[in-house]
Design a protein. Structure first.
Length: 444
């Protein structure tokens, strides 16, 4: 048993040496030189608070207090664990790079491609560095209007230097993403619960599932399923970025409650109801900033049991002489076809029905939110049959207006004189017929 005791003593001495040696070996003297080399490579100031060696559990280098740029990137601590024997050869193997407390803001994300590219005139090193794994703990992305994190990430790398798998997990458990390389493609699997969209409108997802394949030039998200705002969305999207940006997709929307969702896209609009639609969209743009104006979208839509605030169609049709359309329109069904291009929205085949009100027509929403169009409103007055009153649509999305056409107003005035009350609606109907016969609905 003497050999066993000697082995134990040897191991204890080795562990003690690993723990003591770093106190006698200082690497902090190299810090200014490392800061200078890194700053020259990425063309940004780099600051390191301290460098030190640690012996346990394995010998590793610890870098603390990293800052890049104007605090665009900050890191609490980086631990680099090398394969000691590999340091003697041409291929330097790093077992693990552990990064704690990473914070990246929007400015750093915008400049990241330039940092990775480096200086093409720089001389290549006469050795190769191979990293086997990278781990992020308590990381945070701070975007312009939102943030993602804190989150953890794990990246494993094969012996040939190719990534094998990457996993990103939010610490609150609301978001998980796995990326698995397969040849030149990457399989993507995203699962989220109670998660808010990071860019664009702050849409809240009860559940989100995204699966697809990406390359260095494009991404095909063939399976997208979401539960949100008491409804569901399913479909697919493709995105390319080799030459500018190319976007295309189609979805099926069922039962989405619009009350809280619509203000995210149009703060001036107040609309409630449950939406069913089948949007198809596409866009080609030079960059992200131009993507919104380049978007083209078409969809039939059907909204049930809702309220449109800001305009009362029935009131506009029955108040011919006062031209008052303020209020709200309650409807059982609001349907039509929406086409959007270059920021202009055109609604055709518009139909509204609710109790004593029925309306049809078309409305255009310009890029500056100005409204134009024509609606034919059918309203009932007492026990009489419904009268059709043509209404002009104008104003803006925030302050919509509806007023009867000239012929409808004239007919309504005559009807009021001849037969007060119900005569107004009868006269409006007669004015509408006269307008149609004389071509008054045509633009002059």
């Amino acid at each position: 048993m003497k050999w066993f005791k000697r082995l134990v003593v040897l191991c204890l001495l080795l562990v003690a040496a690993l723990g003591i040696v770093p106190f006698f070996v200082s690497v902090d003297d190299y810090r200014p030189k490392i800061e200078k080399l890194l700053s020259e490579r990425i063309k940004e100031p780099v600051r390191l608070k301290s460098l030190r060696l640690a012996g346990l559990p394995l010998p590793h280098l610890v870098i603390e207090g990293v800052e890049i740029g104007k605090s665009d990137v900050t890191v609490g601590k980086i631990a680099v664990t090398p394969d000691l024997l590999s340091l003697l050869g041409d291929i330097k193997v790093i077992r693990n790079v552990s990064i704690s407390g990473l914070v990246i803001n929007q400015n750093a994300l915008d400049r990241l491609p330039l940092w990775i590219a480096g200086d093409p005139r720089a001389k290549p090193a006469n050795f190769t560095v191979l990293v086997r794994s990278v781990s992020l703990d308590d990381a945070m992305l701070k975007l312009q209007k939102s943030a993602f994190g804190p989150f953890d990430a794990r990246v494993s790398i094969s012996g040939t230097g190719q990534p094998e798998r990457a996993d990103i997990t939010a610490r609150d458990g609301k978001f998980r993403m796995a990326v698995k390389p397969e040849g030149k493609k990457f399989n993507i699997d995203v699962q989220a619960k109670g998660w808010r969209l990071l860019v664009g409108p702050p849409i809240q997802f009860d559940e989100l599932l995204v699966r697809g394949v990406a390359t260095l030039e494009d991404a095909n998200l063939s399976e997208v399923k979401a539960k949100l705002y008491n409804g569901t969305v399913t479909g697919q999207t493709t995105l390319g970025w080799k030459k500018g940006l190319q976007l295309k997709g189609s979805y099926a929307v069922s039962g989405i409650e619009l009350r809280d969702l619509v203000p995210m896209f149009s703060p001036e609009t107040r609309l409630s109801g449950r939406l069913t639609a089948k949007p198809a969209f596409s866009a080609n743009a030079a960059n992200v900033e131009q993507l919104k104006n380049a978007l083209r979208l078409e969809t039939p839509f059907d909204i049930r049991d809702g309220i449109l605030d800001g305009i009362d169609i029935q009131k506009a049709a029955t108040s011919l002489l006062t031209k008052d359309s303020s209020g709200q329109t309650r409807f059982d069904v609001l349907s039509g076809h929406l086409a959007m291009e270059r920021g202009t929205q055109r609604i055709t085949g518009l139909k509204v029905s609710s109790g004593s009100l029925a309306a049809d027509g078309h409305v255009t929403i310009a890029a500056n939110k100005a409204l134009s169009g024509r609606i034919n409103a059918q309203v009932k007055v007492g026990a009489l049959a419904a009268a059709t009153v043509p209404l002009n649509i104008g104003g803006t999305v925030g302050s919509p207006l509806a007023w009867p056409t000239g012929a409808a107003v004239t007919g309504g005035a005559i009807g009021t004189v001849i037969l007060p009350g119900v005569g107004t609606a009868i006269g409006a109907q007669a004015g509408s017929w006269a307008e149609s016969l004389l071509g008054g609905s045509k633009k002059k």
